[in-house]
Write a protein that binds this ligand. Structure first.
Ligand code: B12
Length: 441
């Protein structure tokens, strides 16, 4: 029997490494099990929270190791592979994920094979090739796959205590939700937009659109989580949780509603109409997060967000009118921010009154339009030290934030903002948010 282990790294840079679930891993392991059945012995090797130097003792011997590569994990994953090669020299290492897609040549020096694009069909081919001792270097999924053809991702690869946990849904002003057993889900793949700071373009090469699971599969997965894990609340990790087309959104939301689950999600402000807002409330949505990014329309246009500030205001209002807690994500340090960005942001927050604000510094990650064309944004000196590209709210009580890039003195829009000024703006806004009880810890 072929032993296959999918490794999930320590995620030590997250204040809570168990914040998310390894959905890529659940999906691929479920597909392998439904295809190969008893011919394979599958495991999810969960290294979250484990000190890097002790990781090796938690990894059993396998014939094949799988890795999903995120930029922040790359150095750790590289060292895990090198330690495993010393211990188990015959084992093969197969990698996929955003960072491997951007740095293919480098990744091929570390891993034996790469999966580019959706992995469902490719991993089956790769495992079949391993069985024939004919593993190729690259498996590329060029044809769009139908995500509805696959069973829902099984959670059985992890202990129940890590799947069903309390505290994922906690409302700012209403107690009780934090006691509900909850978990995370993801029902979509991809995004049709091309925001300049987003690390998906390289992956989107294979699938430029957003694909949603069929409503009846969404319902089936939630029922499974309720039945097998006693789940009462879910946090949707999808980047655009609500299908942008209301005709598709309505049956989708109704399917969630039929399960009676409490839920939280994030979406674009332009997915919200008065009808959708009402339906969100009716179907159990208690928290909605919007990636509004900036209050400066020029900056939004430069990063190609395709969002209008007026629409943002309207959508926040609709959440409040319907009694849904509204949180917004904002970035400081975007191109062409005005001198008085702190005051403009603050007056927007006072006017729209979101319940909580996630503020972060612009981070330039590989695979983004900004990383590939820095000069277009007046940007220079982007760091390639990926360990510096984690910007978490809550870290800066004891640590001074730093930027991983600089603006040119003269950018295409005029004078570039200095690093010092951007950090000062960020810290000042963060201070005001804390004081007003609007910051997320
Ligand atoms: C869910 C999610 C999370 C979850 C869970 C992450 C996890 N490790 O499982 C949480 C909330 C914890 C999270 C955290 C972060 N995330 Co995140 N996250 C996502 C999100 C929205 C979906 C990923 C997902 O699970 N999709 C569902 C699965 C089934 O699809 P998939 O991952 O695309 O995998 C398919 C293929 O790509 C392929 N595949 C991928 N890897 C592999 C490996 C093998 C071996 C095989 C066979 C196939 C394969 O097969 C799968 C099936 O087809 C993506 C954006 C996106 N839409 O992809 C961002 C994204 C992956 N995250 C990103 C970032 C930046 C982060 C954070 C750093 C953010 C932060 N500042 O906190 C952290 C840290 C990451 C970590 N190690 O935990 C970036 C990654 C950029 C990069 N170059 O690394 C993305 C692309 C967002 C973006 N738009 O920029 N994230």
């Amino acid at each position: 029997m072929l032993k296959i282990g999918f490794i999930f790294p320590s995620s030590e840079y997250l204040h809570d490494p168990f914040r998310g679930d390894p959905h890529t891993h659940f999906q691929i392991l479920t597909v392998l099990e439904s295809h190969f059945g008893k011919k394979v012995d599958l495991s999810l090797i969960d290294l979250r929270g484990i000190k890097k130097e002790f990781a090796i003792y938690h990894i059993p011997e396998c014939d094949v190791y799988l890795h999903s590569i995120y930029t922040l994990d790359y150095a750790e994953q590289e060292s895990i592979v090198s330690n495993l090669r010393a211990r188990y020299p015959k084992a093969k290492h197969i990698a996929g994920g955003p960072h491997a897609a951007v740095f293919q040549k480098k990744s091929l020096k570390v891993f034996d094979a790469l999966i580019l694009g959706d992995g469902e069909e490719s991993i089956i081919k790769a495992i079949q090739d391993i069985l024939k001792s004919k593993l190729k270097k690259i498996y590329e999924q060029n044809k769009i796959i139908d995500i509805n053809r696959y069973p829902y991702p099984s959670r059985k690869y992890l202990p129940e205590s890590t799947i069903a946990r309390k505290g994922l849904i906690s409302l700012k002003d209403t107690r009780g939700y934090e006691d509900l057993l909850s978990t995370t889900v993801i029902f979509s793949r991809g995004c049709p937009y091309n925001c300049a700071f987003c690390a998906m373009p390289q992956i989107k090469k294979y699938n430029p659109q957003v694909r949603y699971k069929h409503p009846h599969l969404v319902e089936e997965e939630i029922e499974y989580l309720k039945r097998d894990y006693g789940i009462k609340a879910i946090s949707l990790l999808d980047e655009i949780a609500i299908p942008p087309n209301p005709k598709k959104a309505i049956p989708y939301l109704e399917a969630i509603g039929r399960t009676g689950i409490i839920w939280k999600a994030q979406c674009r402000v332009d997915s919200i109409t008065p009808e959708i807002a009402k339906l969100l409330k009716k179907t159990g949505c208690v928290i909605m997060c919007f990636g509004i990014e900036s209050v400066c329309q020029n900056s939004l246009d430069i990063i190609n967000k395709k969002i209008n500030i007026e629409r943002t205001k309207e959508s926040i209002k609709l959440m409040k009118q319907n009694g849904i807690e509204c949180r917004v994500y904002m970035i400081i340090g975007l191109p062409n921010e005005p001198e008085d960005i702190v005051e403009q942001t603050w007056s927007f927050i006072k006017e729209t009154a979101p319940d909580l604000v996630y503020l972060c510094l612009l981070t330039i990650r590989p695979g983004t339009v900004m990383y590939n064309n820095p000069e277009k944004f007046g940007i220079k000196n982007i760091t390639n030290d990926w360990s510096k590209t984690m910007h978490m709210y809550s870290r800066y009580d004891s640590e001074m934030p730093s930027l991983t890039f600089e603006y040119e003195k003269n950018t295409p829009w005029g004078k570039g903002t200095s690093q010092e000024k951007i950090i000062k703006n960020y810290l000042e806004l963060q201070r005001r948010l804390k004081e007003a009880n609007l910051a997320i810890r």
